[in-house]
Design a protein around this ligand. Sequence first.
Ligand code: PGA
Length: 258
Amino acid sequence: MRFIVVEDYESLSRKAAEFIGQEIISNPSMVLGLATGSTPLGTYRHLVEDAKSGKLDFSRVTTFNLDEYIGLPPSHEQSYSSFMWRHLFSEISIDPARVHLPLGLFEDAEAACAQYEKLIEQAGGIDLQLLGIGNNGHIGFNEPDDKLGARTHIVRLTEDTIQANARFFEKESEVPREAITMGVGTIMQAKKILLLASGWSKAKAIQQTIHGEVDTEVPSTVLQMHRDVTIIADFEAASLLDLSEVYICLKEYQPPRE
Ligand code: PGA
């Protein structure tokens, strides 16, 4: 696991966009796994700027998103499909046929999950998977539990997650209670993983991800078993770590002023 601490959210966003940009430049037809939530917004803003200035070319990139709410059509303002089109896809030249999100509306859940796995496999697997992290350590919508789903599956969201996501809806009761998500095995099969964490609310989860025992009650701890994970955290999200024990990107790291 490589761990990079940067000063603030803006530095995190820039560094994450540079990381993803390098991957696209070295493999223009890469398969990129994407995430929603507040954390990657700044990264997407930088990727859009780089695409608009001609530095990055997304025309041959294939994408797979981690998850989607169940019951929301793609056109719903709070669906993850709308989120991705609003913040990234409609701003870059990407082939819509290469963009994939699990569908939150289906007749046969098992078939919908199997189909998503098949599409990932047909694309040759994910080269780089971008992840956020929940306050409770969830990755994608793999919530803390006594066992974790390996492949794309349907999950019931925990109260923590419903409350954390209520800010995007008018009322908490409008937050969907279920989601379809890539499984932990799907995520772990990505060749590389880039996890972003910003803010105090992520500090405990980041501490457990790096120093905790591998435990399904903190799903992000399974990343300790992946051979190519990079975590970029801002100073707040890294605040509970013993920084002498982890790799620090010194150029970006500024100790807090007295
Ligand atoms: P956030 O969500 O980026 O909005 O904090 C991350 C997550 O829940 O995975």
